[in-house]
Design a protein around this ligand. Structure first.
Ligand SMILES: [Zn+2]
Length: 338
């Protein structure tokens, strides 16, 4: 994942997070993971708070992991695609769909989340322009980062089957016992096995979404969401970020683990493409006296206090788990309790 790995930090007595430090392109990056077996917006918020306290020069955060896709007539989302949060005219990019109040007229959502920082939205526009014009780096970065590892390959993932929303999974870890007549007929993607990046609203909550009917209902109530996940709402107001989710299932009862490694790899590659769109000097924190922090200076990282003072880090990847727990080549326990 990293272009270059830096040394490890001494564990802090006041911070339970474990960090991976390194360089991606022109940026120094810190990666933090959710604790094994823990998930949800509250856990994500706690990890982010620890990171924020320890690395005071953080410039921005990317929340990278896997999510459950919500395909619709408007968004032809396939397994292995990637979804990136982007504000719309009515929403800020991430909606906490399970936060609100119960009233005689039904459930009313009250959560209002911040938008991503302007720098990230500008980078996103650049990435989109490149992708639309055929100059995107996603496939290249995916291959250059994970190509030698078959575990992260599409061939390892299995079939891509979207079942009708009301048809429930029969049994087992895969859909071999499910009725193939209930599979939604979709046109083959052309070119075959191409990866599409989707930009729009992500629904975040503390519940695992594995219900096709509820998925479509909530999506329609929120003017169309692209995917469901379980962490972003814990971060957006504390540390506005971009959320990047590789699609590993369709947030219905048929969800299984088969696509998680490939989807996580795609999300990581998308994160690298977004970082590549941000020149290092734009993200580097200024040092005392007006100098810029050494963007590649982490190899000589000193004690934590010194690093904090000088702001040697620029962007951060805060790698969460989905709706659950897999990210960037390391398995962090079960996903969604399956
Ligand atoms: Zn099934």
């Amino acid at each position: 994942m990293m272009d270059e790995e830096h040394g490890t930090l001494a564990q802090s007595p006041t911070d339970d997070n474990i960090y991976t430090l390194g360089r991606m392109g022109e940026h120094n990056v810190v990666i933090a993971h959710l604790p094994s077996g823990r998930m949800g917006t509250t856990t994500a918020a706690a990890v982010a708070a620890g990171m924020k306290a320890r690395f005071r020069a953080l410039q921005f955060v990317l929340l990278v992991g896997i999510g459950g896709g919500a395909p619709s007539d408007e968004a032809d989302i396939r397994l292995g695609d990637v979804v990136v949060s982007q504000p719309t005219a009515t929403h800020g990019g991430v909606i906490q769909y399970d936060h609100g109040k119960r009233t005689p007229r039904g459930f009313q959502r009250t959560a209002s989340l911040n938008q991503p920082p302007r720098l990230l939205l500008t980078a996103l526009a650049k990435v989109q322009a490149n992708q639309f014009s055929g100059r995107g780096l996603l496939s290249h970065l995916l291959f250059s980062t994970f190509g030698a590892n078959p575990y992260f390959s599409r061939g390892h993932a299995g079939p891509d089957q979207l079942f009708l929303p009301g048809y429930c999974h029969v049994r087992g870890a895969t859909c071999t016992a499910c009725d193939p007549s209930q599979i939604v007929k979709r046109a083959p993607r052309y070119p075959e096995a191409s990866i599409v990046a989707h930009y729009g609203t992500i629904a975040s909550g503390n519940q695992v979404m594995r219900d096709g009917v509820a998925r479509d209902l909530i999506s329609s109530e929120l003017d169309g969401v692209l995917c469901f996940e379980m962490e972003a709402a814990g971060l957006m107001n504390e540390f506005p970020c971009l959320v990047i989710r590789g699609i590993c299932d369709y947030a219905d009862s048929h969800k299984n683990k088969a696509w998680q490694p490939f989807a996580a790899a795609v999300a990581a590659a998308q994160a690298k493409e977004i970082l590549a769109a941000i020149p290092g000097h734009e993200a580097a924190a200024p040092l005392a006296g007006g100098q810029r922090a050494d963007r590649l200076g982490l190899a000589g990282l000193g004690p934590m206090g010194k690093e904090q003072e000088h702001g040697g880090f620029s962007p951060v990847i805060f790698s969460g788990t989905n709706h659950g727990g897999f990210q960037m080549g390391v398995n962090y326990g079960t996903i969604n309790g399956i």
